[in-house]
Design a protein around this ligand. Structure first.
Ligand code: OGA
Ligand code: MN
Length: 294
């Protein structure tokens, strides 16, 4: 296995090991798992992309998450992001799937709004637009490490509230519907997530986060947007330009990501599988706040 850096700040391309190797060979899994813990974003090029292969690869890392209510593929293992209607036409700008794409263009970490948040996400490209439609990543571990020690000490265990509606409301007031609001009540996590393997901490906030215990709404909003802005400064990011056969995996504990826009007259179709966090991934510590509330 060779690891080739994707940027100065985050991510490596994995060469010499395929997603099929990871699913079928424990030694290959362990090598890739170590790279995942260390580098947070992994790119595999020229893969045999198919749903079942992607799921088998993903399952090596932990339990697969079920896709939330009211999304394409709801209740299954595959989150489908596409602007293509069943009849093959492209959806208009105000269509739900177009708004979902816009919400994905906010800096976020997947599933921080769920009762069990995500360890990792695996995304593959099925149809790629000619221009745009990249996915951009920032290391929240590096962002945490850039904070002054006094800020780290003050914020480390701060209790942050996340909700699905909070990020959707930034795009359109009706994007999160009643079914989603009922199924996905707000959840609380510590502001930083410590990786139990290497003990490195990462900032754990993004577009779903909106309140901080003990702070006024204004102070919390200013704190969160300041943290997110610094974390995602251009020079700290990796912009992934998709090619056919690409599979990208990222650590939701240690990164933020966002989709980038593309022309409305071009098709884009992506499939994501998501791995739930477990105790071995540091979940109990970040959950401290939830346990206290229960
Ligand atoms: C995702 C996501 C962005 C993109 O699948 O979780 O945010 O570029 N995707 O499609
Ligand atoms: Mn996402």
């Amino acid at each position: 296995m060779q690891l080739v850096p994707l940027s100065d700040s985050v991510g490596v391309e994995v060469r010499g090991v395929s997603i099929v190797d990871v699913a079928s060979d424990h030694a290959a899994y362990l090598a890739v798992r170590a790279a995942f813990e260390e580098h947070s974003v992994l790119l595999f090029r020229d893969q045999p992309v198919a749903d079942d292969i992607q799921a088998a690869f993903s399952r090596s890392f932990g339990p697969l998450e079920r896709t939330k209510v009211a999304s394409l593929g709801a209740g299954g293992f595959y989150s489908i992001l596409k602007n293509i209607a069943p009849d093959g036409s492209l959806v208009p700008d105000d269509h739900r799937e177009a708004l979902v794409a816009r919400a994905n263009q906010l800096w976020h970490t997947d599933s921080s709004f769920k009762a069990t948040p995500a360890l990792a996400s695996v995304l593959s490209a099925r149809t790629i637009p000619g221009h745009g439609g990249e996915t951009q990543f920032a290391s929240t571990r590096k962002a945490w490490e850039r904070l002054p020690a006094a800020t780290q000490a003050r914020l480390r265990d701060a209790v942050v509230t996340h909700s699905y509606a909070n990020s959707r409301d930034q795009v359109s007031p009706n994007l999160a519907n009643a079914e989603e609001r009922a199924a996905l009540p707000p959840v609380q996590w510590r502001l930083s997530w410590r990786n139990p393997v290497n003990r490195r901490r990462a900032l754990y906030v993004a577009s779903h986060a909106y309140a901080i215990e003990g702070m006024s709404d204004n102070e919390a909003k200013a704190t969160l947007s300041g943290l997110i802005e610094d974390a995602t400064r251009e020079e700290f990011t990796y912009l992934h330009r998709w090619r056919a056969g690409d599979v990208v995996m990222w650590d939701n504990r240690a990164t933020m990501h966002r989709g980038r826009p593309w022309p409305g007259d071009a098709a884009r179709h992506m499939v994501r599988t998501t791995i739930s966090a477990t105790a071995a991934d540091g979940l109990e510590e970040v959950r401290g706040a939830m346990a206290r509330a229960a």
